[in-house]
Design a protein around this ligand. Structure first.
Ligand code: G3P
Length: 222
């Protein structure tokens, strides 16, 4: 299972990269704009920070086939390895995915709202699919539809992986990990709630108080 950070906030990336086992970072145009930096600066800082084995996903902005292909080539050129072009699954995006895959560019098909669109992007050669779990929940059973997509890929023997995205709750992430999802990209706000269960520090305080009362110190050894 790959845990990916859905943010371009370098402080949050450093915090969770030190704390957890992080496979990479996903961005999109909204996420880049939230940094308040020029895109070139934001991307350069991410590339500088990430270790070579950590993946970086950067989204194309143009909406024509030619524009998407050109930007996917640019994205691929930014880093020698583990660089992925995120391409939304519009009609133009689906066509562009076929074209850039012929050039060996790594692709994450994104903005997926239905298992069927995701499956078609996988048939076009996408390496990863990003179904938008919470946004899909606004139209029905988002988690269930992502599980359907996972079954569709398995049944048809496609090598494409799902990196489930657009999470708004720990429960959504939990349900997909239980279902065997291969990757999740989680924003820091949701990840914080996965990490910081309020029960743990209460338990640790109980242990500390008991130890201090019994032995008059806060260390294991005297
Ligand atoms: O990578 C961004 C994707 O996860 C969408 O998230 O929060 O805009 O639905 P959101």
């Amino acid at each position: 299972m790959e845990l990916i950070l859905d943010t371009a906030d370098l402080n949050a990336i450093k915090e969770y990269d030190e704390l957890l086992t992080v496979s990479g970072v996903t961005t999109n145009p909204s996420i880049i704009t939230k940094t308040g930096k020029e895109p070139e600066t934001a991307l350069a800082e991410l590339i500088d920070y990430l270790r070579p084995e950590q993946k970086l996903f950067v989204q194309t902005v143009q909406t024509t086939v030619e524009g998407i292909v050109e930007e996917a080539r640019y994205i691929a050129s930014l880093r020698p390895e583990n660089m992925y072009a995120k391409i939304p699954v519009t009609r133009e995006g689906l066509r562009a995915i076929k074209l850039v895959k012929q050039e060996g560019i790594k692709v994450l098909a994104t903005s997926i709202y239905s298992p069927d669109t995701g499956f078609l992007a996988a048939m076009n050669g996408a390496d990863y699919l990003a179904p938008y779990v919470n946004r899909m929940c606004n139209f029905g059973d988002g988690v269930g539809q992502v599980i359907d997509l996972q079954r569709m890929l398995t049944v048809h023997g496609l090598p494409t992986k799902i990196v489930a995205a657009s999470f708004k709750s720990v429960q959504q992430v939990h349900d997909l990990i239980v279902a065997g999802i291969e990757a999740v990209t989680v924003p820091p706000e949701v990840l914080k709630n996965m990490v910081d269960h309020p029960g743990t520090p209460i338990a640790v305080d109980e242990f500390s108080v008991a130890w201090e009362q019994a032995y008059g110190r806060s260390t294991l050894r005297a």
